[in-house]
Write a protein that binds this ligand. Structure first.
Ligand SMILES: Nc1nc2c(c(=O)[nH]1)N[C@H]1C(S)=C(S)[C@@H](COP(=O)(O)O)O[C@H]1N2
Ligand SMILES: [Mo]
Length: 325
């Protein structure tokens, strides 16, 4: 059985050292607005939301996982999102994801494993062993961010369920609630949103199960209370608000692949040489901080495996990455 521990987010704010560095931005922003700053109206709303910071603090150990470029500011990270369950607009998740009920939260584990069943989030994640990892995030739409995630390695969690020898893949499902998720009224994707990894990909030390960001519990628009982050793959593999995990023998269905298999392959490794049929993958638009919010102008060249080739290229030895895109 999994051992229950008190989650550190249950600590009171004054019991935890605050992640102050990031939060200075809010004072800067507030001062700017107070000084009659010329922010456009929608940005004032964003700034106000960013200043709220009513997300419980988390304590996490710093790690060597980092990226040279500056972090994407909190306000861009929390207001420029893809989370189609709340609409297809980049600002829909920030406006609507508060409707998602994230407490209590359970995850159901099924398929090719010894220990299946339904677990409370606090039984799955060891909140005393959280790590902070700064990863580059690359969306298939050719924009990127640099994000200080907080979580635990996916491998450690999956191993607790003792997947059996038939478990060749693992599939993840997002919560599906028509009432809480207005975007699911439209069949833009197959609901519940689903994603999958080959087992060796899932066990790679880079694959990260995330419960927080910027020293705080995840905002709903970023996938609260539990999301995956797979930094060498396009963003859509990093499924949000996970409620079900299934070990499978055969390659599982994934929502984007089902919607358009030609444009979205199962592997979806970041690869500047494999063009999306409708646009180039050779470079990417860096979101913030140069211009603050969505309208960033800076570009950078996209790296093979998003820069994580040393850690993951061997997973694909001998594979034709054009065919298996
Ligand atoms: N359930 C669910 N997960 C999802 C998505 C989604 O629409 N639904 N969008 C994906 C895409 S395309 C990207 S780029 C990332 C965006 O994560 P972020 O907004 O937290 O940066 O989430 C991914 N996870
Ligand atoms: Mo994406």
């Amino acid at each position: 059985m999994l051992i229950r521990r008190p989650p550190s987010y249950a600590l009171k704010e004054n019991e935890v050292t605050s992640p102050s560095a990031y939060l200075h931005r809010r004072e800067v922003l507030a001062a700017f607005i107070a000084a009659g700053g010329i922010l456009a109206l929608p940005n004032v709303a964003q700034a106000r939301r960013a200043a709220q910071h009513d997300y419980a603090p988390l304590t996490a150990a710093k790690t060597g996982y980092t990226v040279k470029d500056p972090l994407t500011p909190w306000d861009a990270l929390t207001s420029y999102n893809n989370f189609y369950e709340f609409g297809t607009g980049k600002d829909d998740p920030a406006k609507k994801a508060h409707k998602l009920i994230t407490k209590p939260w359970t995850v159901t584990v099924e398929g090719e494993a010894e220990k299946t069943g339904t677990y409370a989030l606090e039984d799955l994640i060891d909140y005393n062993a959280l790590e902070e990892r700064i990863y580059r995030h690359r969306c298939v739409e050719a924009w990127s961010m640099v994000i200080p995630w907080i979580g635990v390695p996916l491998a450690g969690v999956l191993k607790k369920f003792e997947p059996n020898s038939r478990a060749k893949y693992v599939q993840f499902f997002t919560k599906y609630s028509r009432k809480e998720m207005p975007g699911t009224f439209w069949p833009v994707l197959k609901w519940p949103y689903r994603e999958g990894l080959r087992m060796d990909e899932a066990l790679n030390p880079l694959a990260f199960l995330v419960v927080g960001v910027y020293g705080r519990v995840l905002p709903n628009q970023n996938g609260a209370p539990l999301r995956l982050v797979v930094p060498w793959k396009y963003g859509y593999k990093s499924i949000k608000s996970i409620e079900r995990i299934r070990f499978t023998q055969t390659m599982p269905e994934t929502s984007w692949n089902q919607s358009n298999a030609r444009e979205y392959g199962f592997y979806s490794n970041v690869n500047p040489l494999v063009e999306h049929p409708r646009w180039s993958q050779a470079s990417e638009r860096v979101i913030g901080p140069q211009t603050g919010f969505a309208g960033a102008l800076a570009r950078r060249d996209t790296e093979m495996f998003n820069g994580y080739g040393d850690a993951v290229a061997s997973l694909y030895a001998g594979m034709d990455l054009r065919k298996n895109h």
